[in-house]
Design a protein around this ligand. Structure first.
Ligand code: FES
Length: 155
């Protein structure tokens, strides 16, 4: 074998053996993206459902401390729970997505309405529209208190 043929043969071998490593190194890290950890304070895990269809979304003490409970995944629905202003022994639950364009509404206890931060629609505690541009009410769900637990059923 001539020297030039030998050098070409070795060079081709090195290139062929390193090609899979180079290809793997250029691949995007797709394995970690779907399982990326949620941002701090954000929960994307589904809350466990009971046999009666109700899902625990938090504690009464947490509800009373913050004024509302926002749960990101109650059977794939984004829900906000508040004390019923007309019966503080009861709780009300609405879908948190504004019916105008889908921003998440926040409970404003001072005004007594859910407020959308995007275009300032407002919704009454029963989900009805108090101020547009939204025209459709927020869907409501069954909600109740058992002991110190707040439960919601979206079925
Ligand atoms: Fe809520 Fe527009 S998305 S008012």
């Amino acid at each position: 074998m001539r020297r030039r043929d030998f050098v070409n043969w070795v060079g081709l071998g090195v290139l062929a053996s390193s090609l899979p490593v180079a290809i793997a190194a250029c691949q995007p890290d797709t394995a970690s993206a779907p399982d990326a950890a949620p941002a701090e304070g954000e929960s994307t895990a589904a809350a466990p459902s009971r046999d009666d269809g109700f899902v625990q979304v938090g504690s009464v003490s947490a509800l009373d401390e913050s004024g509302s409970i926002a749960e990101q995944n109650v059977a794939e629905q984004q829900v906000v729970v508040i004390r019923d202003p007309s019966d503080t022994a009861a709780v009300l639950a609405v879908n948190a997505l504004c019916t105008h364009q889908g921003c998440s509404v926040d409970w404003n206890p001072d005004a007594g309405v859910f407020v959308c931060p995007c275009h300032d629609s407002q919704f009454n505690p029963d989900g009805s529209v108090a101020q547009g541009p939204a025209t459709a009410p927020l869907p409501t769900y069954d909600a109740k208190i058992e002991g110190d637990i707040v439960l919601v059923s979206v079925s």
